[in-house]
Design a protein around this ligand. Structure first.
Ligand code: ADP
Ligand code: ASP
Ligand code: MG
Length: 453
């Protein structure tokens, strides 16, 4: 009987609620999460580090790398003071609970401090960066207990893992997460870290900056969640980048494909890879605002409204590589050889255009650009152009009945366009421009397509 009950309990539909750095970055904000998470619905709460913490930890790593030990020690000291004050304000009169929590947090700072006493190598960077999420979850967990509520704490390093290619190991994650959950008494509120994981060798690693969204989606897929909620500081996915243009408006419904394109091409609200796990399991993703929980937010599902331009995003730091070769371009096998070079250096290509004499591609990872350029020279003259941005217009372009292409290019008459990709996907038209024109391009598109400034 007991066995059956435990087994059944494990399969109760769960929700995943992920809260980003700004949602936990101030004691008041963290307090306001209590009403959202202390309900009877079984849920896994995935937390980012307190806002600014990961940046501070990156800075500490850079200082250690540059042998600036004393400055690193000061930076660690400053961060510790910030955490101490945070805990004191959060726990208020509950001095005992504050003390206990401060003691645990102190051990994380001792761990950080120890890196300043020895030679620092980049291998240790990931362990340093992981402290942000480990501390935010500890503080929140302890706070929930201190106000008399029940919760369980799960260490993501015990189940989140990447494989030899650095991709999530779905099988490992599912099995280990399920085993970890089975061992918990309280399944109504399970608190764990976003972003952090272990690699194939068992070393501490992470899912790259902004990776907590990805963690939430991977966890959701692993437990077959009924919904994945991403709580942040804005009321859902907006039609344009609110950091760049003045007037933007939230989108209420968007498809997985559209959201994935927007995330990949610069909509910072979602980590570029975060849609895929949810989409594979057809789990709805809801984007919500912690500052305004009553707002409906954005729902991401498999449904798409056809014949609409949904949103615009832009991705900076793009480099165009052009290979010009009148002699070889049309020969079969040429493109394969070119792409193989990028593949060998694990450099993914975003946009591609070809003409009779040249092929141009864009990349955003420059770690191997010199070697790539050298090898490409065997096939023709190579030009490398930096400081570019991809502007991506997302919607349903299956049939351009409404003259969307005309609208897009009409809006951008004054902007020099370097490359165009149209038709590769029914959800995306991408344009390559110099980054200095990005604000103007996004503003013009906002005006002509959405009637906003
Ligand atoms: P979190 O810390 O919660 O993960 P992020 O800063 O990573 O939050 O993402 C939220 C931010 O994404 C917003 O504050 C907003 O400035 C930015 N953003 C960029 N593009 C968009 C967009 N299209 N819609 C909504 N937010 C966007
Ligand atoms: N804390 C990590 C970062 O700042 C992960 C995240 O917030 O999603 O990148
Ligand atoms: Mg984020």
């Amino acid at each position: 009987m007991v066995l059956i009950a435990t087994f059944a309990a494990h399969f109760i539909a769960m929700k995943i609620l992920k809260f980003g750095g700004t949602s936990v970055g101030k004691p008041d904000r963290m307090k306001s999460l209590v009403d959202l998470v202390c309900t009877n619905q079984p849920k896994i709460v995935v937390l980012s580090a307190l806002s600014g913490s990961t940046d501070a930890l990156v800075n500490i790593c850079n200082l250690l790398h540059n042998h600036q030990k004393e400055t690193a020690q000061n930076a660690i000291g400053e961060l510790q003071v910030h955490y101490k004050k945070f805990i004191e304000t959060l726990f208020g009169d509950n001095v005992e609970a504050a003390k206990e929590t401060t003691k645990i947090i102190k051990s994380h700072f001792k761990y950080l401090h120890d890196f300043t006493l020895d030679m620092f190598t980049w291998n240790e960077e990931k362990a340093i960066l992981a402290q942000g999420e480990l501390m935010s979850t500890t503080i929140f967990y302890r706070y929930i207990l201190s106000i008399g509520k029940k919760a369980s704490f799960l260490n993501a390093l015990d189940f989140m893992r990447t494989d030899k290619d650095g991709e999530p190991d779905y099988f490992y994650i599912k099995n280990n997460l399920s085993n970890e959950i089975k061992r918990l008494d309280n399944k109504d509120l399970i608190i764990t870290q976003g972003y952090i994981c272990r690699n194939v060798y068992g070393e501490i690693d992470n899912l790259r900056r902004g990776g907590s969204d990805y963690s939430a989606s991977l966890i959701g897929a692993a437990v077959d969640a009924e919904e994945i909620q991403i709580w942040t500081d804005i009321d859902g996915m907006h039609n344009n980048d609110p950091r760049v243009v003045e007037q933007t408006k939230p989108i209420r419904q968007i498809s997985f494909n559209e959201a994935a394109e927007l995330a990949y091409f610069g909509a910072k609200i979602l980590h570029p890879s975060s849609i895929r796990p949810a989409q594979e399991k057809n789990i709805p993703v809801l984007l919500k605002n912690t500052l305004n929980p009553a707002d409906e937010g954005t729902k991401i599902t498999s449904e798409s409204e056809s014949n609409q331009i949904k949103a615009i995003a832009a991705k900076d730091g793009i480099t165009a590589v052009k290979i010009r070769s009148g002699r070889m371009l049309l020969a079969y096998g040429f493109l394969r050889k070119v792409f193989e070079i990028f593949e060998r250096y694990k450099t993914s290509i975003d946009m591609i255009t070809t003409s009779e004499v040249a092929v141009s591609v864009t990349i955003d990872d420059l770690s191997n650009i010199e070697a790539i350029e050298e090898e490409l020279k065997n096939y023709g003259a190579v030009e490398v152009d930096q400081n570019l941005s991809i502007v991506c217009i997302v919607g349903d372009f299956l049939e351009d009945k409404h003259g969307f292409a005309h609208k897009i290019f009409g809006a951008l008459q004054e902007i020099p366009i370097r490359m165009i990709s149209y038709g590769g996907s029914k959800n995306n038209v991408s344009l390559l421009i110099e980054s200095k024109y990005k604000k103007e391009a996004l503003t013009l598109l906002n005006k002509h397509i959405f009637g906003l400034n």
